[in-house]
Design a protein. Structure first.
Length: 317
């Protein structure tokens, strides 16, 4: 039986070589640049402190790998794409993905040599779901908007420099827009809901998000750092975000955040339809309904903040 063809220079990461368990344990042993003594030799980091720093960096890198793969979606990523996407050495990326695969947080498709999220990531999400009932609290609002407009309605939540689709309800209009699936992740600014979330951030956080997502922006239809800055300014001026075929051809959308008493908004709702429909009187009606519903729901969620188990802080970081 022949081995699958690999990308030039790619390291074999099959789990059948007997070393997966030891490599999983080595996740906490990645070297931390700059943790040794400075050139003048006046200060050295104690071994215990250095090990703690190394462990923290390894965890952060592992989480970054999971985020990157989740953002790519079902098609997954090859090892070299993970390394390039996170600016890691190939051997470091190899060590991390192998440890995550051993723990079933990732799975490898043998023929395509692509990594996707594993079944353990799914099971952990199911376990956490009851503590975060945002989707259930928002569904009546989403249903009213879908019924009123006939369009597709999306619930988006900010997660670091990305926006995650928490829910999606379709209206009665016969032409459906399947631009996002539940669980899909987009760069902040890529789409009306994601743009509303980006524009709600302070300027320095906007720039951080744009810089962090620079590598992902070419995946979208008509988005660049300069264009994002223009769209942020327009969103703040208009009071809502507009996506006119900037992500998917012939699909337009509007989006607004749910207002919060304290801190930047971290939840948004968007309404999407074919571009020719999202104009004139229909656009005005959708905007009016969206503004009314987000205002009411935002107040309700602020009042129920304790019931989220700290979700506002945890997922928005």
């Amino acid at each position: 039986m022949t081995s699958p063809r690999r990308h030039a220079g790619e390291i074999d990461v099959d789990l059948a070589d007997g070393h997966a368990e030891s490599l999983a344990g080595n996740l906490a042993c990645d070297a931390v640049q700059g943790s040794e003594a400075p050139a003048n030799g006046h200060h050295r980091v104690a071994p215990a402190e250095r090990r703690a720093n190394e462990g923290t960096q390894s965890i952060q890198r592992a989480i970054a790998v999971l985020r990157l793969i989740a953002m790519r979606g079902p098609q997954g990523l090859r090892l070299h794409e993970i390394a390039e996407g996170l600016g890691l050495e190939r051997i470091t990326a190899h060590r991390i993905v192998k440890g995550l695969a051993f723990s079933h947080m990732l799975q490898l498709e043998p023929q395509a040599r692509r990594y996707t999220l594993g079944h353990m990531a799914y099971l952990l999400g199911l376990t956490a779901a009851p503590a975060f009932d945002l989707r259930e609290r928002c569904q009546p609002t989403l249903r009213r908007l879908a019924d009123l407009t006939g369009d597709s309605v999306f619930l988006m939540v900010r997660s670091a420099h990305e926006a995650v689709c928490f829910d999606h309800l379709q209206g009665s209009y016969p032409i459906r827009t399947h631009s996002l699936k539940i669980g899909a992740r987009r760069a902040l600014g890529a789409g009306a809901g994601a743009m509303a979330l980006l524009a709600a951030l302070p300027d320095h956080a906007v720039e951080s998000a744009i810089a962090a997502n620079a590598v992902h922006l070419p995946r979208y239809r008509d988005i660049s750092p300069a264009r994002l800055r223009e769209m942020v300014a327009r969103t703040r001026e208009d009071g809502y975000a507009t996506n006119v075929q900037t992500v998917i051809a012939d699909v337009s959308a509007i989006g607004m955040t749910l207002p919060r008493k304290d801190g930047p908004a971290f939840v948004s709702i968007s309404i999407a339809s074919i571009a020719s429909r999202m104009t004139g009187a229909h656009l005005d009606e959708a905007l009016h309904a969206l503004r009314r519903e987000t205002d009411v729901l935002g107040r309700q969620l602020d009042d129920a903040r304790v019931a989220w188990g700290g979700m506002a802080e945890g997922i928005a970081g």
